[in-house]
Structure formats: C-alpha cells, structure tokens
Write a protein that binds this ligand. Structure first.
Ligand SMILES: *Cc1c(COP(=O)(O)O)cnc(C)c1O
Length: 226
C-alpha cells in the first residue's frame, strides 16, 4: 500500500510541477492509471490511494477486471475492433482509440442499446509518430474524421489521443506532442468543433513533456504500478 501510495503522490506532484512550469493548472490534467498486466489486488490498492480513472488497452483483459473494480471510470486506450464494440460499451466510459469512420459509426449505432445513458465520450487517435505499426488516423485525415464523428448522435468527440515514438530522452518526444496540440487547435477552428478540448498524451517515460505541451489526460502505468 505504502509503495503504490507513494508512487501516486510522486506522479501527481510531477504532473503538478510540469503544469505549473507551463502556466497551467494542475487540476487541468487527468491522471489515467493504466492497469494492463496489473493484478486486481494492486489495482484496488491504487483505487484506495485515490486513483479513480483507470485505463486498459484490451477488451479481453478488461472483461475480467472491470466488474471487480466498481466505482471508477474505465478508459479504453488500445485498439478496438468493430466486433468488440458491443462489449466495450458495457465496460468503458471513455474510448481513446477512434481511428476510422466505421468504428465511430458502430459505437454510435450500438450505444443506446448497450445502456450507455447518452452519447459515449470518445477521442480520435492520431498517428503522430508516423510509424506503420502504430494505430491512428494520419494527421491529414484527422480533420475529416473529426467532422464525420461530430455528426453521429451516439458519440461525443472530446479530443485527440496520440503516442510519441520510443525516444532516448523525454525531450525528444516534445515535437510529437506539440504537433498533436497544433492539430487539435487547427481542427477545432476549421470544423469547427468547440468541444474538441482534450489531449490524451504522455506515458511513464514522457508525461512531463506532454503536460508542458498541453496534455489534459496522461496515461501512466509503470510509474504507478511497476
Ligand atoms: C501501456 C500504455 C500506456 C502506459 O504506458 P507506461 O509506459 O506503462 O506508462 C499508455 N498508453 C497506452 C496506449 C498504452 O498501451
């Protein structure tokens, strides 16, 4: 308990310092604790230590865990296949990985039947690193994708998600995070999409740089649970 509690406190302090460094309010950054590969007991310890937004990257793993950890918000941060949408809607409150119009349409179509209780909060994932193995819309197709998703009644597009490539030092991730912020700002004006406020970016190795560049959600696993 002491160990996870100390990790949570340390990560929150680092987020707050990074926010203040860039003239932002620490409360403007949501900590999404990534629990992939973490056992239920340790997840519960984390929740007891104040974590209340949890992230999983696979529906299959979440299926086992979500019912055992009630009272928190679950975020799907990994790739979602269309045949898993129905189940994902029962497990997750926020889906970070919209990368095609078809996936967004499937979520919108199924949301009412799965008892989502209103439009589902989603983020559009952008492949900012340009790596072939990474998911996400290309920066060029992001505007059209956001515009399309905005027209769907069953989803509410809240922002963009992205991942920097593996880099030697965190500072090298900065241009990728800055690029995602610029894409959000441009798309928000052009579409227009005033609700496109969130930037889900930053992980254990690079979250402070991401916060400095405007992250409103950081997805952190190892720094909390490893
Ligand atoms: C695993 C994962 C994270 C967290 O990574 P850490 O390096 O453990 O902080 C964040 N985002 C996604 C999409 C992930 O799959």
């Amino acid at each position: 308990m002491a160990e996870i509690g100390a990790n949570v406190a340390r990560v929150r302090a680092r987020i707050a310092e990074a926010a203040l460094r860039s003239g932002r309010r620490p409360e403007g950054v949501l900590l999404v604790a990534v629990t992939k590969g973490v056992g239920i007991d340790r997840i519960r310890e984390g929740v007891a230590c104040g974590l209340h937004e949890l992230g999983e990257n696979r529906v299959q793993e979440a299926r086992e865990k979500v019912p055992l950890v009630p009272g928190v918000a679950w975020h799907l941060i990994g790739n979602l296949q269309r045949n898993k949408v129905k189940e994902a809607l029962r497990l997750f409150q926020v889906i970070h990985s919209i990368d095609t119009p078809g996936l967004a349409e499937e979520i919108s179509r199924r949301a009412p039947a799965e008892g989502a209780g209103g439009p589902v909060d989603v983020l559009v994932q952008v492949n900012i690193s340009g790596e072939a193995q990474k998911h996400g819309a290309s920066p060029e197709e992001t505007q059209a994708l956001v515009a399309g998703v905005l027209r769907l009644p069953g989803v509410r597009v809240r922002g963009l998600m992205g991942m920097a490539p593996q880099v030697e030092v965190p500072e090298d991730a900065r241009p990728f995070f800055r690029r995602l912020r610029e894409i959000r700002d441009r798309v928000r004006e052009a579409v227009p999409a005033p609700g496109l406020t969130h930037l889900s970016m930053g992980m254990t190795d690079d979250f402070e740089v991401a916060v400095e560049e405007g992250a409103t959600m950081v997805r952190i696993g190892r720094a909390l649970f490893a």
